[in-house]
Each structure stands twice: as structure tokens, then as C-alpha cells.
Design a binder for this molecule. Sequence first.
Ligand code: ADP
Length: 441
Amino acid sequence: MRVRLRVEQDVFVVRQLAREVAREVGLEQQDQTRLATALSEVSRVVLAAGTDADVTFTVQQDGVSTALRLAVERRSSGGEQQLRAELGHVGRLMDMLEVENDGTGTVVWMARRLPASAPRLTQERMDEIRAGLARHVPGSPLDELNVQNQQLIAALDEVRAQRDELARLNAELEETNRGVMALYHQLSEELEETNRGVVALYAELDEKSEQLAAASEAKSRFLANVSHELRAPVTAVIGLSRLLADEGSDPLTDEQRRQVDLIRGSSSDLLSLVNDLLDLAKAEAGRLEPVWEEVDLKAMFGQLRGTLRPLATRPEVDFRIDEPAVASMRSDEVLLARVLRNLLTNALKFTAEGEVRLAVRPVESDVEFTVTDTGTGIPAELHERIFEEFYQVPGSKALNGKGTGLGLPYARRLAGILGGALRVRSTPGEGSTFTLRLPAS
Ligand code: ADP
């Protein structure tokens, strides 16, 4: 559609027409006003320059969206720059506003996209709209003023409603902020309170562990002193009873000999208990300083084989010390041999038939010794208790010797001193495996 702009009255006509067109193609109320205002403003400015102009309404469809395009053309060109500056504020009402020189004159292009909800603009619909607009009778400037006033009032109402809504939102936000701040303060206070509690608890814990360490140290010192003091008299009792039973001494009656043997047996048991206690006390008091050196495991295994062979008296038990799969490692030879001897002695003590076996293999950067037996085994719930001082599995009977219940706690201490750990896996009736894992270097 094309309309000519000649006199000021035409601006009103164009404005009304723009609103009609906008409504017909499906723009919403506010957009209708925007479009009408933008077009009347452009028309006014163009007309003020004193030249006639044509206003063209077109509909542009690009497959994705549909837009209403308006062109205001005047036949004289020049002054586009100034026009562009003058119409800057109008551009905000539209999706697009451009001022260009098309060779024959100046054209102001404007476009506004139609909402997706707008009815489809088929050819018939376009014809219908065009026919309807052709019948349009322009109202007087007063009518237009009325309409404009109505629109202004509606716009003001809306602005007021928006301002009220904004104030409400602000108040709500402030309220929420106050709530958040209160919560934050409460949480920080609670955190501080908790921190104070934790610090106090730690202080108490430190104090208690210091007391515990002191008590443990006192116990170890006491044990070491007592066992050391006991060793000399017990050794003397053994020596004296041996002397009494000696061939060269005065002959004893059978009863006397039996009693002297009893004294000697009991004193030997007492001596081994005292020795074990002394060893454990030394280890616990941290008085055992390992001597680190390169340990030849082949030689050590040979020695163990030699010293323990006499204990493996049962033909039903196959006593095997494998060739070591690790040639040497950095450790304390004496302490390491003591742990292995301890484990092997236990295994021989509790195995009636089958085998007792010592092996060693590298595991990651460690070395793992295993002492395996097919003996009585240990119930799972006692796997940790057997490492407590004096604990012996109830009903377990050693095949030779009585034992003190100090061997395993001592062995575990030594394993710790050597930088490793000692663990057990065992099933009653099937046997046990004690694993000593130590760093290789
Ligand atoms: P003990 O001097 O009695 O051998 P230990 O501390 O060496 O003291 O062992 C504690 C207890 O653990 C033993 O009395 C025994 O009941 C159990 N035990 C240790 N080694 C074995 C084993 N290889 N097989 C079965 N039971 C074992």
C-alpha cells in the first residue's frame, strides 16, 4: 500500500493507517502504537524539510519470520546524515530503522517483526486487508488526538503498574537479603562455637595422649627393670639345680631328683618369660635401634633352616624353607631373623601334620615374607587378640613347650620398628599364614 504525504494533515492519516495495518497483520496493541508513533514521527520530520514523500507498507516473509516493512521516500536526496541523527530515538520503537540514499532520493526504512502468534498472511488475507484499508475513512486530527490520549493514559497506567511491581520486588529482595544476612551471621557464630569446641577437644586429646605415653613409658621401664633384675637370680636357680642333679654331687633319692628336675623346669620357663618380657619392654620403650645394612636373605634362610631343624621333629610335618626369591634387602638382620624365628617356632608348635613353610617374594616396592602352616588355625575373631600381651587362644595346645603369649606382640613391634607390618590369615582346622611385609630399601 502506498500513501502520499503532502500536508501536515497527512501525518494524522498515515498514523491512523499505520495503526490499522498493524492491527490487521496481527501486531499487539502496544506494537500498534509503537509503529504508528514511529511512522508519524518520521513523516513529520520528513515533511518538515518541505518536500513531498510517499509512504509504502509492505509485508516481508523470509521463511522464518514475517515483518511489516515501511518506507518513507522523498524525491530529493541529501541530508541523510542529519536525518539519521534526528530519527535516532525513533529507531528504539522499531526492530530496524535505516536511512539511505537510493540514487533518486532519500528513503527511511523501518521494520517490525510480527509475533509468532499472528495469523498467517495468505494472498486472500492480504487482499482482504487491502480492501478493508481502501474503505478506511480518515478521522479528524481531533479524533486522532483522542486516540493518542487514550493510548497515553494506557501507557502511563502500565508504567505505574510496573513501577509498583518494581517497588514490591525491591522490598521483597531487601527482606530476603536481611534473612540471608541473619542466617549467615547465625551460621558463622555456630561455626565459631564449633571451632572453639574442637580446639578445646584437641587440647584435651593432646594432654591425654601425653599422659598415655608417659604411662606406657613408665610401664615399659618398670618391666625392663624388673625382668632385668629377675634374670640373675633365676639363672642362679637353674645353675644350682643343675649342680644338685650333677653326677659329681652327692647322690639324690629318686624323689629328690624328681623335685630338683621340677625346680629346673620351672626356672627355665621363668627365665624364658623374663627374657621375652625384657625383649618386649625394650622394643616398646623404643630402645631398640635397628642397624640398617644389606641383608643376605639366602644366608639368613640357611641359618634359620639350621637352627630350627631340631624343633621340626615330627616326620608327619614337612618343614620347608624355600630358596629366597629376593636375594637381599636393606634391614636389620638380627631383628628380622628374630621375627621369622618367632613365627616359624609358633607354626611348628601348632602343626601336627602337613607342612610348615617359609617363603619370600617381592611385592611392588616391598618384600613379603610368608610363614604358612597346616596347623590348628585361629578363629577369625581372635586374629587381633593374639597380638596382645599374654593372650593365648583358649584350648590351643602347643605340641612342645608352654609359651608365654609374648612372642606375637614382640614380633609385631619388631615389624613396626623395621618399617613394616605383620598380619595373619587363618582358618581353624586348616592352618595359618603370617605375612610380614617390609620395605625393600
Ligand atoms: P606363645 O608363646 O603362646 O606362642 P604368641 O604370642 O607367639 O605366644 O602366640 C599367641 C597365641 O596365638 C598362641 O598361644 C596360640 O594360641 C596362637 N598362635 C600363634 N601362632 C599360631 C599358629 N601358627 N597356629 C595356631 N595358633 C597360633
